[in-house]
Write a protein that binds this ligand. Sequence first.
Ligand SMILES: [Zn+2]
Length: 259
Amino acid sequence: MNKKFFKLFTVMILALALTACSSQAPTREAQPQTKNQSAGSSEAESPEKDASGFVSLAEAVPDVILEIRYYSEYNFVGDRIDGYEEPCALISKEAAAALGEAARDAEEQGYMLKIYDAYRPQTAVNDFIAWAEDVDDTRMKEYFYPELDKSVLFDQGYIAEKSGHSRGSTVDLTIFDMSAGKEVDMGGTFDYFGERSHPDYVGDLTEEQINNRNILKNIMVENGFKPLDTEWWHFTLENEPYPDTYFDFPVSEDSIPAA
Ligand SMILES: [Zn+2]
């Protein structure tokens, strides 16, 4: 597929995702994430299925844009990821409350939060691992890891056996400029495997791009989230309620118990 067609295809996929989500929430869709939130120690424990501490992000924080990339095919794998059954975002109640505050702060500065991913089931992480082990499948290399040989993704921490996202209080996001009607220029795309994704990367970034990264970071840090030093889009609630628990229920509104 050439680039032009690919872009068109992507737009169509996102439009589909938007349509599918709009019945649930006043907002839209979201996206992916990758790398290295390797987990701590408890490798042997089986994943937790109890979603009673979680909420639908679009319901808890209506003023966010969702662009769930792992539900779409526009992600580093090139397929919908296992465990993503709807283009929705689930998150712990505590993280949702903090994100609500962050959304308010963003709005005061003329932005909306645009969410790429939140809670990520262990099933999805396992799908990433299976993809990473298949070194011949490089269909999205051009977009997400042009500088890297796929064989180094584990060693360099881009793919790990566990993700902090599975603990339910981590979010991948950017900010959307309401007056310009588009997301801000961060000088690098979500889920790009490389140094330019480091929040403090300078390289060839413009002052505006650096400033945009700082605006996002400040909004999140001031509302209780901590950044990651390898991904400008990734934030974890400082006082996350399930620091040692890795969940595995589908990303679907149906996973959330009725209130
Ligand atoms: Zn992330």
